[in-house]
Design a protein around this ligand. Sequence first.
Ligand SMILES: *Cc1c(COP(=O)(O)O)cnc(C)c1O
Length: 238
Amino acid sequence: MCVADLVHRYSLVQERLEAACLAAGRKRSEVTLVAVSKLHTAEAVAAVAAVGQIDFGENYVQEALQKREALRGSERISIRWHMIGHVQSRKAAQVAGTFALIHSMDSRRLADGMERRLAVEEKRQPVLIEVNVGAEPQKSGVLVQDLPALAEHLCMACPHLELRGLMCLPPVFDAGEAARPYFAQLRQLRDDLRVRLNLSLPELSMGMSGDFEAAVAEGATMVRIGTDIFGPRPHRAV
Ligand SMILES: *Cc1c(COP(=O)(O)O)cnc(C)c1O
């Protein structure tokens, strides 16, 4: 896609997000747009960053690290990188301390692996716990019933991990309002956890191209939008 098309699509997403905030009676500043650039080029990222986008989300560790390296030192753009895809626990040390936010914390093993590395490097890593709200076997994320135990583990045993909130991918895809009950559920889970752990847990990462308006209505503080900005994704080479 050419730069002009990208910039145009990006501005349409910004307009929709503004309208969604207005409709929900929320301030635009309460919702961070994370542009999901997985499988898109560093050049496409640079084009969107050049018109002011700061937060970018990636799904695959290797691809994310390479893209970040390619863009390091680019003038006039400063990017905050988010890891939004599943991280295998054997890659814990590679990601620990290197992303602005990891949205996809989902196991003790991953937490412990990251904690060990962070302790050595004396770094802190903000994370969200990904919740498998639809209890789908093929999806990552913790099951709802396992959420409190993982959250407590992070608080008690992982002093270098900073739990900031929750993330989900609803079981319905590109379904707009049909996803809304899952977003409401994630917010409720966050509210319960807040009381239980006495933490502020300010972030709710929920909503994608096909359903972010519903997520904003249910309190999303981060929406992760790929297709509507960058266009359809090329298939992943394996
Ligand atoms: C790919 C992806 C997105 C973006 O999805 P679009 O439908 O392209 O907007 C958001 N969140 C996660 C976790 C993803 O993997």
